[in-house]
Design a protein around this ligand. Sequence first.
Ligand SMILES: *Cc1c(COP(=O)(O)O)cnc(C)c1O
Length: 398
Amino acid sequence: MSIYEKFGVRTIINVSGASTRVGGALMVPEIVQAMVEAAQHSVSMTELQAAASRAIAKATSAEAGYVTAGASAGLSLGTAAILAGLDLGKMERLPDTAGMKNEFIISREHRSGYDHAIRLAGAKLVEVGMNELLADAGVRRTEAWEYEAAITDKTAGIAFAVTAGGVPPIEDVVRVAHRHGLPVLVDAAGQLPPIGNLRRFIEAGADLVAFSGGKAIRGPQSSGILCGRREYIASAALQNLDMDEFFDIWEPPEEFIPKSSIAGIPRHGIGRGFKVSKEEVVGLLTGLELFAQGKYAPDYRQMRRHLEYIADGLSGLPVEPRVITPEEGPPVMHLVLDTKALGRSAFQVSQEMKKGNPGIFVQERLLRQHTLIVNPLNLNDARAQALTHRVREVLTSR
Ligand SMILES: *Cc1c(COP(=O)(O)O)cnc(C)c1O
């Protein structure tokens, strides 16, 4: 009996990718093993995060880094760090930012449900740009001067979400921000691979960058990375770690938390609820090492084989499988449904697949275009076979 059966839950085949609602990426055995070992010894969490900082700095070219409870928590901690710096009084007050510099400028095109993470720390978002393309009312997108025009004496920083084909380039936004002494906080949660993106945004001048640990890094689903300027990472740590210590005898590694720059220890900060366990820190660091060394690259070829196997298995049905292979990173497959021949919409097909045995959860972003997306991240031979069988069943049923 599997551990999930024991608790009365069916397992499913997740081909939607690293989506949180279906459990994210499956962890690779090396990471699971590392977490099992980590669970069997005690460590000082401050010393462990200081070591994580060194490892993340090396992988990302940032000054320092921190293991967060996901990219979303990283954005909240990063915002809190920018709002409070090393000011203990401000740390104590967050998320109340009355009277403080508390505005973050953000492009309308970068807004999403995830910017709740930024507002959570007490920041107010100030939007720039227009959605003219979506409104069918123009040809231009957000431009760098619009950020500059929105800067006031209340501006605390600029929030930037990396997107495919996004404009303006991050370098232009960094230039505007730094001209006014403002930091740039970057949401790069889903921007791995390519491996080069570990360094890309820091090298472009970003002050803080958040990545997910439970997506392409294949670490614990509730882990992430915040990397960037040393002082902000120290502030994030002070607002996240358990701070119930006596200042006089407290000895954090000075290059991680500069005790000499603060007058005392803050009480539990706004980030205390985003606790990360020692097992998660070790799991994330193990995944980061594997990912950064390119150890996942051979899996991309294996993923392609799984997708081609599924495509072959669906021949003769009212569906056109299209395998798409990027230059670097995992392939995906689009299943373009002939909804007329099927007599059902892509929404209905996807819903039927979820309900069956095994339940199959595809990526649904293109359902309106009659297309199911199959992300092979979590496939193995047995799952590819079971999926092919079940999809055939659904597409041939009446
Ligand atoms: C996944 C994602 C997040 C959240 O990341 P978690 O690690 O799940 O907290 C934030 N922003 C974007 C753009 C994402 O894709």
